[in-house]
Design a protein around this ligand. Structure first.
Ligand code: NIG
Ligand code: FE
Length: 416
């Protein structure tokens, strides 16, 4: 219980005091509460039961008794970072495709020739659960070292029942192996498995896998890759209907390589997010805003595929679409285990402001996972997921590439 009432002396009125496990003080806070950065100079945060019991200006703090105090000496504190789109559980390596793209082949050419997603499917099917976990942990550790406290992890490199469920199990085991919160997403509709008939595969995804995954609580959401080399609008709509019927969230790999109306389709299903969006027409923004579908920008994939067409950021802003930024960490299009770098790229390549980028890897990313009531900002009642930074100014977090200036990382109230 964070709040305790104690009688300071007999006869006096009760004094409200917070019994905190950890008190953070001397900090500059970027709370992300409200519409902007929510800056609080000389702030304090009281943590009890793993949650934020109180946060605000030190001068306004109630009485706090703390078991431990973390003095920040003017350092900045942000919410723990949230990477809301990753494929980090996979086996194998596809660096050869980097060289092939440099020599002129496109991502779609490589996929059609049996490389791309299919190559990682072969490697992931061959890996046992322990091997998959062992291969995934260093990628997770790289994210944690830069202040990430929540990640999303997609399946989609198994494309058969056993391997997809293994990927989702490994995703959950990441949260047992490390101090991190994991949101798992079923991406069975990533590609048609080699040698299989597409409608029979979609039957497996929609009739068997989605209901089973929902019943077992193996994932919170369902994603589909709507693209010429993957699934059509009609096929994705079928997947999304099954997801909704099973009570799971909807996410979409939308309009990455061409405009197939994917962002608009996602919005009609009330998707939590539509991701990539390079070819999304500006007119889709209004429907996304109405549906509360977050635009998840993935500038790492844009960079590595040497794309030139950019997401319609101005239209998203004008329509009030929330924008998040994520790594898309995967072995092909975005082998980038740095969320901070992706925030930098979102500014440089897509024109986001520093404020948009920082909200994009905190509160808006939480929204893309439907976790904004639990994480993403520094507000009383939310989990105490925090990053303390040795920087003199907030822009420094994205204006510099290199070792993360992380001073402390706190997950659910525990310094890790
Ligand atoms: O988000 N676009 C589809 N899926 C992944 C890439 C998968 C892969 O190439 O392995 C992406 O870019
Ligand atoms: Fe992706």
């Amino acid at each position: 219980m964070p709040i305790q009432y104690s009688l300071a002396n007999l006869g006096a009125s009760p004094v409200l005091a917070i019994a905190a496990e950890l008190l953070i003080e001397g900090a500059r806070l970027a709370t992300m509460a409200g519409g902007g950065l929510g800056v609080v100079e000389d702030g304090a945060i009281a943590i009890a039961g793993g949650r934020i019991a109180w946060a605000g200006p030190r001068a306004e703090a109630p009485a706090i008794s703390a078991q431990e105090t973390l003095r920040c000496d003017g350092r900045w504190v942000t919410p723990g970072l949230i990477d809301c789109h990753t494929h980090l559980v996979f086996a194998g390596d596809r660096s050869d495709e980097f060289a092939r793209r440099l020599a002129g082949e496109s991502y779609a050419d490589i996929a059609r020739s049996g490389g791309g997603i299919a190559a990682t499917v072969r490697a992931t099917r061959a890996a046992g659960e322990e091997a998959l976990l062992a291969e995934s942990l260093p990628r997770l550790d790289a994210l944690l070292a830069e202040g990430v406290t929540t990640i999303e992890v997609k399946s989609g490199y198994g494309l058969d029942e056993e391997t997809e469920l293994r990927q989702l199990r490994v995703a959950r085991r990441l949260a047992e192996a490390r101090a991190v919160s994991v949101s798992a997403t079923y991406l069975g509709a990533h590609a048609v498995p080699p040698g299989e008939e597409r409608s029979a595969y979609l039957d497996l995804v929609c009739r068997r896998m989605i209901p089973r995954i929902a019943a077992e609580g193996a994932a919170e959401a369902v994603d589909a890759f709507q693209e010429g080399i993957a699934f059509t609008a009609e096929e994705c709509a079928r997947v999304f209907r099954a997801a909704r019927a099973a009570g799971l969230g909807v996410k979409s790999h939308a309009d990455q390589l061409s405009d197939s109306g994917a962002a608009a389709l996602a919005a009609t299903f009330g998707a939590w997010s539509a991701d990539h969006l390079e070819y999304t027409p500006p007119e889709a923004a209004a429907a996304m805003a109405r549906a509360g579908t977050v635009a998840v920008l993935l500038p790492g994939a844009f960079l590595m595929l040497n794309e030139t067409r950019k997401p319609p950021i101005a239209a998203f802003r004008a329509a009030g679409v929330r924008m998040a930024v994520a790594t898309d960490l995967n072995p092909g299009t975005s082998p980038i285990a740095s969320l901070r770098l992706c925030a930098t790229l979102a500014c440089v390549l897509f024109g986001l402001t520093v404020e948009e980028a920082l909200r994009g890897i905190t509160i808006e990313a939480a929204r893309a996972l439907w976790r904004e009531r639990e994480v993403g900002s520094i507000e009383a009642g939310k989990w105490a997921d925090l990053a303390v930074w040795s920087v003199g100014s907030l822009p420094q977090l994205v204006a510099q590439v290199g070792p993360p200036p992380l001073f402390a990382r706190i997950h659910r109230g525990r310094r890790t």
